[in-house]
Design a binder for this molecule. Structure first.
Ligand SMILES: Cc1cc2nc3c(=O)[nH]c(=O)nc-3n(C[C@H](O)[C@H](O)[C@H](O)COP(=O)(O)OP(=O)(O)OC[C@H]3O[C@@H](n4cnc5c(N)ncnc54)[C@H](O)[C@@H]3O)c2cc1C
Length: 416
């Protein structure tokens, strides 16, 4: 069923009896042309673009739990393309372009809201760094505006301007950035992929790999073996664990990232704001809750929950930026497992093992990348060569030294 005004009307007058399931909950077949491991946003987007752009319809997405149960359903929904390095800018801008047409493409309301993101700066050197980033963005045709303190005050008068330990001096604004509804993105891609014939197989954990010599020719799963000449991994926080089953050691560590939502309040925060003197960012959901987060918990873990020191650190950041947040009650906090790469940038590539492809290392910034990640990973799988927009995200860059260290903090996963 195509969603439209007419389908709404038909259901309204028929007691909502005409709706059909959004996607087929498929049973696994013994073989496919390609298998994608991981039913998060990236895995589902990859399957969708494999079918739509490359004509591969006999494919399956294998998810060990339910689709969106990983980071895709746990993130703080921020989308943006305000990067400064040549390897990153074209990729994230391509993602932003895909976001801008996503709802029409998928025929699904993913609630893309281009409400803007403002990165605050609090010192002269930080202003200069943001100016450089903004200039790099504009040179690549990406929108960026450098605001001074009074422009920020006019936009966000509720921030702490007059009594702050780290006074706000201004901010870098990208107006086309914003938020999208995370689980809506998962469901939209699942529905669109399913309509193109993709099997979405839930409760199907990959437990090993089928091999013909060196080559990977399929996967062992909790629901039996499945043969496929091409296997793509898009398992986010479990990347090193799953790759290890194939004998591949990745330059990735898994860490927890937490996020929080407050009780609902009337509209206060019009866009996404990031604090420049600590790790804190905040936006307001359409239901009214303030959605915020900060740093990763600084230890390795596969648990989808974090610890109290980071809760305290995040709340301190919030209090420093907008003290009125202290009067709100916290509704919920949760965690997800991040695949932290050694330079803070992702990997979309073939692996040295024939038949095995890798999409990983998204750290805590992969939601915004979902459309372009799926697009470029599908390209790599279908054509056996990197997509030009993701050409820098090679696995061998850690051996050759061509790192993409956007933050400039070196090989420190807990700092990226
Ligand atoms: C709290 C938090 C806030 C975040 N905020 C943002 C943000 O604001 N903006 C942004 O851009 N990014 C953000 N991120 C990061 C972003 O969510 C991730 O980078 C991105 O979702 C990762 O890609 P994915 O959606 O495919 O991952 P996931 O949804 O984690 O998908 C991977 C899937 O693989 C499955 N899997 C694992 N092992 C196996 C196996 N053996 N067999 C089968 N399936 C398996 C998992 O169950 C999971 O469903 C945030 C993350 C968290 C946790």
């Amino acid at each position: 069923m195509r969603y439209s005004f007419l389908s709404l009307l038909a259901n309204a007058v028929s007691g909502q009896r005409l709706w059909t399931p959004a996607w087929r909950d498929a049973a696994p077949k013994p073989s496919y042309d390609a298998v994608i491991v991981g039913g998060g946003g990236h895995g589902l987007a990859t399957a969708y673009y494999l079918a739509k752009e490359h004509g591969l319809h006999n494919i399956a997405v294998l998810e060990k739990g339910w689709i969106g149960s990983g980071n895709a359903g746990r993130n703080t929904t921020i989308i943006r393309s305000n990067y400064g390095l040549p390897g990153n800018i074209p990729f994230y801008e391509w993602s932003m372009t895909l976001w801008e047409g996503l709802e029409r493409d998928l025929n699904y309301n993913t609630m893309v809201s281009q409400r803007g993101i403002l990165n605050l700066y609090h010192s002269d050197p930080q202003r200069d760094a943001y100016a450089r980033r903004g200039n790099a963005m504009r040179l690549h045709g990406v929108d960026a505006e450098l605001l001074d303190r009074e422009q920020v005050r006019a936009m966000l008068p509720f921030l702490n301007f007059d009594n702050a330990r780290f006074p706000i001096q201004g901010g870098l604004l990208q107006r086309r950035a914003g938020t999208a509804r995370h689980d809506g993105v998962v469901w939209g891609y699942a529905r669109a992929a399913s309509r193109l014939g993709v099997d979405i197989v839930q409760n199907c954990a990959v437990t090993g790999f089928l091999r013909d010599g060196e080559r990977i020719v399929g996967v062992e799963t909790s629901r039996g073996p499945i043969h496929a000449p091409k296997v793509g991994l898009a398992v986010a926080g479990h990347s090193s664990h799953v790759a290890h089953m194939a004998g591949l050691r990745l330059p990735i560590e898994s860490h927890v990232l937490q996020a929080f939502v407050s009780e609902g309040i009337k509209p206060l925060i019009p866009n996404v704001i990031t604090f420049g003197a600590g790790h804190f960012y905040i936006s307001q959901s359409d239901k009214g809750g303030l959605v915020f987060g900060g740093d990763i918990d600084g230890y390795n873990s596969y648990a989808q929950r974090g610890n109290l020191p980071v809760v305290e650190d995040v709340c301190e950041g919030g209090m420093a930026l907008m003290p009125r947040i202290g009067r709100l009650r916290l509704l919920r906090g949760w965690g997800g497992v991040m695949d932290m790469s050694m330079d803070g940038s992702p990997i979309i590539d073939r692996t040295p093992i024939p038949g095995l492809y890798l999409n990983a290392g998204w750290c805590y910034g992969g939601f915004k990348a979902t459309p372009a990640s799926g697009w470029c990973f599908a390209h790599a799988i279908a054509r056996d060569e990197p997509h030009p927009a993701a050409a820098a995200f090679r696995l061998d860059r850690f051996a050759t030294g061509h790192l993409i260290d956007e933050k400039g903090v070196g090989a420190q996963p807990n700092l990226h």
